[in-house]
Design a protein around this ligand. Structure first.
Ligand code: AMP
Length: 381
């Protein structure tokens, strides 16, 4: 179904987090309203949205009320029940489609899909019993990574296992099952590409960026990634190919490992705006959120170009958000806060971007210096 939303139309966003908030801000600039579905009170997204339906994602009456209030529906987080999305899709266009969401919700479906599209991942085996685990270890070797197939994020639901005993202990505690055992990748770098695909099949992809994690949570994104042109081109090709193969209308983030010999392996895909694309708000004429809104609204996509290089540092937990006054007092730091009342450990509270002329992205100590009061918080390279 091809639609082009008129100005003042309403985009429904399933989920109330910061991704919905930044999508709603981009939508407002393009003349659209956003209406949020979330069970949460005072969510980051509803603070900047035109309307809210408060309800559980499984609550059929709430889903129907939400659909009746909007012209098109998208989502900002993936753990929405696929059955709920099907109900929504019967009432309004849902972009990306529930079929795309189903693939990204399940690591087995995801990896199968990626491999069938001719794209490499780490070797993996589905593990649904203790015997299957032993067989998987015999095949993939150790160390390897045992992961839940559903409902995992920010490193939750996974364990790096170095011995068969540790693997068995992790198998006993990780839930829900089945699990997946993945070969451990001794990566040189983690990169991601955010790609948008419009209803007309047009594609725009931001250059690959480099991601550094702390405690399994994204800490830092460097744009562009410090990789050679061949690796950058390979990452770009992978993202475009997956967007095409999914028949995507919307945004897709593709997280990849770059191996020591420069190959690219897909780790995860997410059919929504992504934390590693937040730098685009400040460094690009059209951000990932604008591309998302345009794709969902059926508008043409602008090119995903950047006018500056950028570093994005997440503000995680009470320690980092406490630096907010110092961040505001530092020229050159561009601050974003998500409006969350409570700063729990590990919670993403905001982010900070610093821009550089193209080609002038610093490394090492230069990077810490550039982040001012946040410099001491980043892990050494
Ligand atoms: P995930 O939840 O799959 O995105 O994994 C979170 C993080 O764990 C990744 O960004 C990597 O830093 C690390 N990781 C996950 N899978 C592997 C793997 N197979 N080999 C090495 N590191 C991994």
């Amino acid at each position: 179904m091809s639609i082009r939303l008129k100005p003042n139309a309403t985009i429904g966003i399933v989920g109330g987090g910061q991704l919905g908030r930044m999508t709603a801000l981009a939508a407002a600039r393009l003349g659209y309203r956003c209406h949020i579905l979330t069970p949460e009170m005072d969510s980051p997204a509803e603070q900047v949205a035109a309307g809210i339906t408060r309800g559980e994602y499984e609550d059929k009456a709430a889903l129907r009320r939400f659909a009746a209030a909007v012209d098109v529906i998208t989502f900002e987080f993936e753990n929405v029940s696929a059955a709920g999305l099907d109900l929504l899709a019967a009432l309004r266009p849902v972009r990306p489609s529930p079929a795309v969401l189903r693939i990204s919700q399940d690591r087995v479906a995801e990896k199968r899909f990626v491999n069938q599209a001719g794209v490499a991942t780490a070797p993996w085996v589905e593990v649904d019993s203790a015997e299957a685990l032993d067989a998987a270890i015999a095949r993939l070797g150790l160390p390897s990574v045992l992961k839940t197939t559903r409902l995992g994020y920010d490193g939750k639901g996974q364990a790096l296992v170095r011995t068969p005993e540790a693997a068995r202990a992790a198998f006993a505690t990780l839930a829900p099952k089945p699990l997946i055992l993945e070969g451990f990748v001794d990566f040189a770098m983690e990169v991601s590409v955010v790609v948008a695909r419009g209803a007309d099949g047009g594609i725009a992809a931001f250059e690959p960026v480099e991601n550094r994690h702390r405690d399994h949570i994204l800490d830092l994104t460097l744009a562009p990634a410090r990789v050679g042109p061949e690796t950058a081109a390979a990452a770009d090709r992978v993202a475009r190919r997956l967007a095409e193969a999914l028949g995507l209308v919307g945004l897709l983030a593709v997280e990849m490992f770059v191996t020591q010999d420069g190959r690219v392996l897909v780790n995860e895909i997410a059919p929504r705006p992504h934390n590693s694309g937040h730098w685009t708000i400040d460094a690009c004429p059209a951000s990932q959120f604008e591309l998302h809104v345009r794709a969902v609204a059926g508008l043409p996509l602008p090119p995903a170009t950047r006018h500056s290089d950028a570093v994005m540092k997440n503000l995680v937990g009470p320690e980092e958000v406490a630096l907010w006054p110092a961040i505001l007092a530092t020229p050159g730091l561009i601050g974003h806060l998500y409006g969350k009342a409570e700063a729990r450990p590990g919670r993403k509270m905001g982010h900070v971007t610093r821009l550089f002329p193209r080609g002038a992205l610093p490394g090492g100590f230069g990077l810490s210096d550039a982040l001012g009061p946040l410099g001491a918080r980043i892990c050494p390279e």
